[in-house]
Design a protein around this ligand. Structure first.
Ligand code: ADP
Length: 402
């Protein structure tokens, strides 16, 4: 049963093809720079004898429609599916599901209308998701398609955690509240942690840290998200590659008065020019670490700020869930940077969080434990796999609706 998973951004489309029966990734890839003269499609796939292959091609791709067509052709040419009819279903990542979607949902005309009504909540993300859905429906009108929402896992937050202390009417009138994002990843690694620890998820108290270009932390109590660092948009919370995370909102009004920059310009600065990039000029953590190691003060400051913010949230969420069974690191940084893991847990032994230097440095694929003998709290590194979670949820929804 082959499922195509699509994650569409404003100028990129990521895809994966899974055979969900044996959880096998048959092909994956990314089309970048849509709309530019050098759009680039990177494809990885498993050949007929089980070997791994990779290609990278460049050409001008005018829009998402052309990009999607190129991806489908490549998937067939590379043999991930023998022809298009082998695609059993398509799962779409959708960033914002508002308060409407607590679960993934089968896509039909009504759902698309509902998604359109949610665009004002996520103008930077949902339009690209919608475009991909419409194109995929045009191309595969008879293939069932499912929307999986980044916000859905966090719909279990209690009101005192999701309300902002603003005039109450902003909530019913404009839907202003905390929604949280990266839900598919937090949910996936929480389930993986439960499986690894051989305990029912309903018995576990976890703090899950998704540290990639975007970064967020979630308090997962008995399988449910009860607080999370991202807010009404993905801007709140941890320091990220280019996003500022938590700041005093008055900074925005002050900068507006002092610099004359418009709210759109300031929104762009907070989303695209801040975070690690704002502090030290680069947003890729590998480069930040390299600069810091070579003595660059700004890069050292950026890392200190990044890890300090994580420690603050670990402390806060320990108070929120009472007892912590495990802290989970995931995402590109969480899975790969032993230095950031070490610094993020530094000085937390009074909370039972202690990292073993040797175990932490031993980087290998799959799930591994890095806590020290003195630590009561397990510290786990768990590779995330949002796409396989989307594929599974897609199958689950199809079975539920059949
Ligand atoms: P996205 O949020 O776009 O999915 P990823 O989860 O792939 O991003 O994470 C990207 C981040 O992970 C980048 O900042 C990258 O530098 C960082 N990263 C990847 N490998 C390493 C590594 N070995 N050491 C430090 N950072 C790493």
């Amino acid at each position: 049963m082959k499922i195509l998973v699509i994650n569409s951004g404003s100028s990129s489309i990521k895809y994966k093809v899974f055979d969900v029966r044996d959880s096998l990734t048959l092909a994956s890839g990314k089309l970048e720079k849509i709309g530019e003269s050098t759009s680039r499609l990177t494809c990885r796939w498993q050949n007929s004898v089980g070997g791994r292959e990779e290609t990278q091609q460049k050409r001008h791709v005018r829009d998402h429609r052309e990009g999607f067509a190129w991806i489908v052709t490549s998937i067939v040419e590379q043999g991930a599916v023998s022809d298009e009819s082998e695609i059993f279903a398509i799962g779409h990542r959708v960033v914002h599901g508002g308060e409407i979607f607590r679960d993934p949902a089968l896509i039909d005309g009504k759902l698309i209308e509902t998604l359109r009504s949610l665009v004002p909540l996520a103008p930077l993300h949902n339009p690209a998701n919608l475009v991909a859905i419409e194109i995929a429906l045009e191309r595969f009108p008879n293939v069932p398609q499912v929307a999986v929402f980044d916000t859905a896992f966090h719909q279990s937050l209690p009101p005192y955690a999701y309300h902002y202390a603003l005039p109450y009417e902003f909530y019913p009138d404009y839907h202003v509240r905390r929604y949280g994002f990266h839900g598919t990843s937090h949910h996936y690694v929480a389930q993986q942690a439960a499986r690894y620890l051989q305990r029912p998820i309903e018995s576990l108290h976890l703090i899950t840290l998704h540290l990639g270009n975007g970064a967020s932390v979630t308090a997962v109590k008995e399988g449910k998200s009860i607080d999370t660092s991202m807010g009404m948009t993905p801007l709140e919370g941890l320091i990220m590659g280019t996003r500022c995370g938590d700041i005093d909102p008055a900074v925005i009004f002050y900068l507006n008065r002092r610099t004359g920059k418009s709210s759109e310009e300031l929104e762009d600065i907070l989303n695209e020019q801040s975070g690690l990039k704002g502090v030290c000029g680069v947003n890729d953590m590998r480069e930040v670490e390299k600069l810091a190691n070579s003595g660059n003060r700004r890069a050292q400051l950026a890392i200190n700020m990044f890890c300090y913010r994580i420690r603050k949230y670990i402390g806060a969420y320990t108070a929120v869930i009472g007892r912590v069974d495990a802290v989970v690191f995931t995402g590109g940084i969480g899975e790969n940077s032993s230095f950031i893991r070490k610094e993020s847990c530094h000085g937390l032994s009074h909370l039972g969080i202690v990292i073993d230097g040797r175990k932490n440095r031993r980087s290998r694929g799959g799930i591994f434990e890095i806590q020290g003998d003195r630590g009561a709290v397990k510290v786990l590194v768990i590779p995330t796999n949002e796409e396989i979670e989307i594929a599974r949820q897609t199958v689950y929804i199809l079975q539920r609706n059949s």
